[in-house]
Design a protein around this ligand. Structure first.
Ligand code: SAM
Length: 261
């Protein structure tokens, strides 16, 4: 058996209790499931025991993918793609009421989350999202205004997702053992579109500019986005605030005005 590839974030789950705790977050029977980065199949085996109607796996590692294909040969509810998730047309293959889950490769987990937030159709076809992140990153995703981890990632995800539950996972639950604690987050998509932001990239751009210097007041950087008249349209915008002192709703409003230019 090949050794774990660090470059692909391969830390395999070995703790049955944690695997069950993750999968017990939802009823999987008769559901469509997509698993990102199945690895050796630690989660996959348990998902299959719960009798989903369809299970799609997306794994980048050629060798692991070949082993998975051998392991599950003849199982006709399974479809296995040997692909890089970041280049994979995830939105296209999703069927209604799908559950997306994965113990994500840490180095690209925020990119995977953003890839999903960029889905064109919203509310999306998936009903639930369960991802494992590094704890530090997970905290940045769940931290709402006004808290320490609040920033770009929570502003982006809070536009479209709500956190249902989260819990921590010790390094001892994996092999090889990662250096840091992990965090499971169960999200559900927000169904109502409150802000008229058509392209997530607008909000990505705006938060990127305004958070480019976290300690500085936004009075200068905001001029790269809006003119004086447009700035005046935004209620509750204090130009001497630092980026983390501004509520998510204000960022969403800035994005709306920027897109309507
Ligand atoms: N799900 C397995 C488990 O819990 O034991 C493995 C999780 S491991 C943290 C991440 C998995 O994602 C690895 O199998 C790795 O090869 C795969 N992976 C890494 N980069 C990927 C990518 N860009 N697209 C798809 N899979 C990827």
């Amino acid at each position: 058996m090949q050794s774990a590839k660090k470059s692909l974030g391969q830390n395999f789950l070995i703790d049955k209790n944690i695997i069950n705790k993750i999968l017990n977050l939802l009823i999987l029977k008769d559901k469509n499931i997509i698993e990102i980065g199945p690895g050796k199949g630690a989660l996959t085996d348990e998902i299959l025991k719960r009798k989903p109607s369809k299970l799609t796996l997306i794994e980048k590692d050629d060798n692991l993918c070949k082993s998975l294909k051998d392991k599950y040969r003849g199982n006709n509810i399974l479809k296995i793609y040997n692909n890089d998730i970041l280049k994979f047309p995830l939105e296209k293959i999703i069927k209604k009421e799908t559950i997306i889950l994965g113990n994500l490769p840490y180095n690209i987990s925020s990119q995977i989350l953003v890839q999903i937030l960029r889905f064109k159709k919203w509310p999306p076809k998936f009903s639930d999202l369960i991802f494992m992140f590094q704890k530090e990153l997970g905290k940045k995703v769940v931290s709402l205004y006004p808290s320490k981890g609040y920033g770009r990632l929570s502003i982006l995800s809070n536009l479209k997702l709500k956190v249902d539950q989260s819990f921590l996972v010790s390094p001892n639950s994996f092999s090889p053992k990662p250096k840091v604690t992990s965090m499971i987050i169960h999200f559900k998509p927000k169904l109502k579109k409150i802000y008229k932001i058509n392209n997530l990239k607008t909000l990505e751009k705006i938060t990127n500019i305004l958070f480019s210097n976290k300690r500085k007041m936004i009075n200068k950087s905001i001029k790269k986005i809006l003119n004086y008249k447009e700035i005046k349209k935004i209620k509750n915008l204090n130009l001497s605030s630092r980026p983390s002192e501004i509520k998510p709703e204000v960022y969403y409003r800035i994005a709306e005005i920027f897109e309507s230019k």
